[in-house]
Design a protein around this ligand. Structure first.
Ligand SMILES: [Zn+2]
Length: 165
């Protein structure tokens, strides 16, 4: 089912790309809507999946995916590119807009969380969690001590040379 959906999503992404709305698919946010209750709940489940590999945005290689429960409030008009398709005989509406937030420097996904971590203002929350657990500050501190030690050694030996000149 998701393979077929990905093919349909790619078609709308391609239109958005030729319309210069997006460059890479990671610049995009996908909207999906189905009035079929079964299909709609299946989409919601996959979107909220805790297993990262199954998340829809990873399947589509876009930054975000939102499942729309209804198409009210002029939402369809606010989304620049869209198309209808049939998945397992059920109608699905696919929309593409630019992704929300800013681009993460590390993974190139867009996220509204980019800019919210003062120590790593260019990272999304996922990358922040990855980078945050690496002992980078410790390594930096050790390097600094080493540089200081070398510097001190040079000063001492320089003083030594001066004394014996
Ligand atoms: Zn990231």
């Amino acid at each position: 089912m998701f393979g077929q959906l990905r093919t349909e999503v790619n078609k709308v992404l391609e239109t958005a790309r030729s319309g210069k709305l997006i460059g890479s698919s990671l610049d995009a946010k996908i909207y999906l809507h189905s009035s079929d209750a079964d299909l709609s709940s299946k989409l919601h489940e996959t979107c909220a999946s805790s297993n990262d590999a199954d998340e829809l945005h990873r399947i589509f290689i876009t930054s975000q995916v939102e499942i729309l429960s209804s198409m009210g409030n002029g939402i369809a008009e606010s989304i620049p590119y869209s198309g209808d398709c049939l998945i397992q005989g059920k109608k699905v509406w696919v929309g593409v807009s630019r992704a929300d937030g800013s681009k993460c420097e590390r993974c190139w996904n867009y996220s509204t969380k980019v800019g919210s971590f003062s120590e790593h203002p260019t990272l999304c929350s996922r990358c922040y969690n990855v980078v945050g657990v690496q002992p980078l500050p410790v390594v930096a501190a050790v390097e600094e001590m080493f540089v200081l030690a070398v510097h001190e050694y040079r000063v001492i030996s320089f003083g030594f040379v001066l004394t014996y000149l």
